[in-house]
Design a protein around this ligand. Structure first.
Ligand SMILES: O=P(O)(O)OC[C@@H](O)[C@@H](O)c1c[nH]c2ccccc12
Length: 289
């Protein structure tokens, strides 16, 4: 479906193989068992939405393949903005964020599991591990590092994954079966699941999972362009009872207003906050009404 996703997934296959030689799945599961209890990601979002408010999943990401380095010492344009996950998490919480999203992918997003731990320790908010999850090993890792929710990107399961001998056995399975299995594992570990779609075909699969959290990513993975119309169109095919999370490309109070007007009340926002001096203050500005 997209070159970038294919490339990222090829990297993930290598990373998972390497990680498994360092630590077995059972060892990571034992760590997951010792982790602090999960915070209820789905419930806090549901509560906000039921109360008629916006639920904001505020993202912590240093860089992205589409926008380059957003802030921090290595940024060409914004090196004066510090990248301190704990500070950013505190600011988000103070200004009304509902949950956090922390990128843990190193190679493409300059993220890390340590950033997730630092951010989570600095606040009370539930945190999603934002990464490209294709294997049960990564789900155990997510809980072991403290994550309260995982992301399942449908496109990662439906695209033709051809990594030759590097293929993990998961890729031989049917996409829906594979996603159901990973969802069940996450739920058993006490985590929520956000399932992400870009189009109607992916949505049809997502709706066969059990999780109520359905993310519509407004970013086209091939062109990197964002269009809020993606949410507006797919939204018509989502039955009542699901919580729609509009993802990517929310930059202004007008974007929030447009979504709210269409009864979309949960948001995943990264870049707009990351480019601001104080990410939390920017959250308060976008979601003032
Ligand atoms: O920075 P933005 O346009 O506000 O987007 C945030 C979030 O939606 C985006 O980072 C994202 C959505 N799905 C992903 C999957 C992997 C990595 C990143 C993402």
């Amino acid at each position: 479906m997209s070159d970038i996703l294919n490339k990222i997934l090829a990297t993930k296959v290598q990373e998972i193989r390497a990680a498994k030689t360092e630590k077995t799945f059972s060892e990571v599961m034992a760590e997951a068992g010792d982790a602090a209890p999960a915070r209820n990601f789905t419930a806090v979002i549901q509560n906000k939405v039921t109360a008629g408010q916006s639920a904001v999943i505020a993202e912590i990401k240093q860089a992205s393949p589409s926008k380059g380095i957003l802030r921090g010492p290595k940024s060409p344009h914004a090196s004066h903005l510090s990248f301190n996950p704990a500070e950013i998490a505190e600011s988000y919480e103070k200004h009304g964020a509902t949950c956090l999203s922390v990128l843990t992918d190193r190679q493409y997003f300059m993220g890390s599991p340590e950033y997730l731990q630092q951010a989570r320790s600095a606040c009370q908010l539930p945190v999603i591990r934002k990464d490209f999850i294709i294997d049960e090993y990564q789900i155990a890792e997510a809980r072991a590092m403290g994550a309260d929710c995982i992301l399942l990107i449908v496109a990662a399961f439906t695209m033709k994954n051809d990594f030759g001998e590097e293929s993990l056995k998961n890729f031989e399975q049917d996409p829906l079966r594979q996603m159901l299995k990973l969802e069940a594992q996450a739920h058993e570990l006490g985590m929520s699941v956000l399932v992400e779609v870009h189009n109607a075909e992916e949505l049809a699969l997502a709706l066969q999972l059990n999780t109520p959290l359905v993310g519509i990513n407004n970013r086209n993975l091939r062109t990197f362009e964002t269009s809020l119309n993606t949410t507006l169109q797919l939204l018509l095919q989502i039955p009542a009872g699901r919580i729609i999370v509009t993802e990517s490309g929310i930059h202004a109070p007008e974007d929030v207003e447009l979504m709210r007007h269409n009864n979309v009340n949960a948001f995943l926002v990264g870049e707009a906050f990351m480019r601001a001096d104080d990410p939390g203050a920017e959250l308060a500005r976008l979601f003032a009404n």
